[in-house]
Ligand binder design. Structure first.
Ligand SMILES: Cc1cc2nc3c(=O)[nH]c(=O)nc-3n(C[C@H](O)[C@H](O)[C@H](O)COP(=O)(O)O)c2cc1C
Ligand code: SF4
Ligand code: SF4
Length: 441
């Protein structure tokens, strides 16, 4: 019997699907509608001293046929009065006592932090999320990512919060930093009960070619926005991995955020150590109903693998993410083309000849465009398989017999690595490379 319920640092929810602090959590109306649709938790749109927003606020990267592949906003925290938000938190908890309602907070002084914590606790919030991520507007006022980028300040504020908070505290990190472990460790050392990430990434999504102003345009000007949506998922997963593999930071649970849209995204974040996930852009794009596909898919995955709770597989991908120096240099794959599936589109040939290793040939016959692999030149880079438009037409076939294993680290320790510019121990030996003038033929 599958049980999707979670206990995230003491915050209980019927499932790990939570809404991220953003426009879908602006109001009690939206959160009640989301809970009805199947979401297990919601992080309220960040509360603080209410702001004035600009118009317009959103931009997007539409890639080919996909709208909002990347999404960008210059919106600030809530512009609604605190009293209205508190009243609605109380009301939502009355109707949904078993769902997680987390208050995202962003204020400046210690006194303000202590006051607003008391306010949201009195309203019945199950937890607090500290917004140290907003990369526009609020950071110019010394909040948001201005804190997320300064581990010492971040730690101090987490300590202030922990002095006052009776409910669990989640610290939400900014990805606008080169080494995510620094703020992650600062949050842990400050006493946070949990971490969530990522908030949005500083970005400019495009320039209008008449006014020369970036999108979204506010009376002829703009500013950097925060990037999110499917485009940021790989960055979010990498940062999640960095925290989940850290011996100290991993002692607290992590809520994964960034580009999550499908059940598969959810499973991948859990495999990298997240034990709740949060969604913003996908809900802004498709509505609350996407949670049904997430739940059905997650249940089916768990059933197939024999898991009963998400904790059975949380973090299971982490041992397989290692440093490059530990990868097996003796492992060898090469591309194989299924000629029955091939439609003769030339894409693999062009990609390999222009962008890889000249390991694909095409017969010089007008009625035959089926390519073949030049095995001795194929380095197994994968590019042809990635560009091929036919599913499973190009596959990578293992060529080593699995008996040998050596890594860069092992070879370095054995003093068996190239050290001169033409060292025989380097790779790339024996590959046929056409003469430069062959390019002109
Ligand atoms: C329009 C918009 C407003 C947002 N407002 C907030 C906010 O008030 N507080 C916050 O912590 N994060 C805010 N975020 C960031 C999201 O909570 C989330 O971290 C980010 O969008 C990545 O998730 P996604 O790829 O699912 O959108 C906002 C995002 C968007 C798009
Ligand atoms: S795997 Fe790389 S090198 Fe080998 S054929 Fe494909 S593109 Fe060329
Ligand atoms: S990309 Fe795929 S379908 Fe196109 S020629 Fe190559 S193998 Fe055939």
């Amino acid at each position: 019997m599958i049980d999707l319920s979670v206990n995230f640092a003491g915050i209980k929810a019927p499932n790990p699907f939570w809404l991220a602090s953003a426009p879908p959590t602006n109001s009690g109306y939206q959160i009640m509608k989301a809970f009805e649709a199947g979401w297990g938790g919601a992080v309220w749109k960040t509360l603080g001293v209410p702001v004035v927003n600009v118009s317009s606020r959103y931009g997007s990267v539409n890639y080919r046929n996909t709208r909002m592949m990347g999404f960008n906003n210059i919106e600030l925290i809530t512009d609604r009065p605190l009293a209205d938000n508190l009243r609605e938190i109380e009301e939502v908890k009355k109707y949904f006592p078993d769902h997680a309602v987390i208050a995202s907070l962003m204020v400046e002084s210690k006194k303000e932090w202590h006051q607003i914590i008391k306010d949201v606790e009195n309203a019945g919030a199950d937890g607090i999320e500290l917004n140290f991520g907003c990369p526009h507007g609020m950071c110019e006022r010394g909040m948001g990512s201005a804190v997320g980028q300064e581990p010492d300040v971040l730690k101090l504020i987490v300590e202030w919060v922990k002095e006052a908070a009776k409910i669990p505290v989640i610290t939400k990190l900014s990805p606008n930093i080169s080494h995510i472990v620094d703020p992650g460790l600062a949050a842990y050392q400050g006493g946070t009960d949990a971490i969530s990430l990522i908030n949005t990434i500083k970005s400019i999504v495009g320039i209008d070619l008449d006014s020369y102003a970036p999108y979204p345009i506010v009376d002829g000007k703009s500013t950097n926005g925060g990037y999110c949506g499917p485009a940021v998922k790989p960055i979010a997963m990498h940062m999640l991995k960095d925290l989940a593999q850290h011996p100290e930071i991993s002692k607290v649970p992590i809520s994964g955020i960034g580009g999550i849209e499908t059940w598969r995204d959810v499973v991948e974040f859990i495999l990298l150590g997240a034990t709740s996930i949060q969604v913003c852009t996908a809900v802004m794009h498709y509505g609350f109903g996407i949670v049904r596909e997430m739940e059905t898919g997650l249940r089916q995955f768990m059933e197939e693998k024999g898991y009963t709770t998400i904790y059975d597989f949380a973090g299971k991908a982490l041992p397989n993410v290692t440093e490059w120096k530990h990868l097996n240099l003796e492992h060898k794959v090469i591309a194989e083309i299924n000629t029955d599936k091939c439609i003769g589109c030339d894409l693999c040939y062009i990609a390999c000849d222009d962008g890889a290793h000249q390991a694909i040939s095409i017969p010089n016959e007008a009625d035959n465009r089926i390519p073949s692999i030049i095995e001795e030149n194929c380095v197994g880079c994968n590019l042809c398989a990635l560009v091929c438009p036919v599913e499973d037409c190009i596959t990578m076939i293992k060529k080593d017999d699995g008996t040998k294993h050596s890594t860069w680290e092992e070879r370095t320790l054995a003093d068996d690595v190239p050290v001169t510019f033409d060292d025989d121990r380097a790779g790339g030996k024996g590959h046929y490379v056409p003469k430069p003038t062959d390019a002109l033929k």
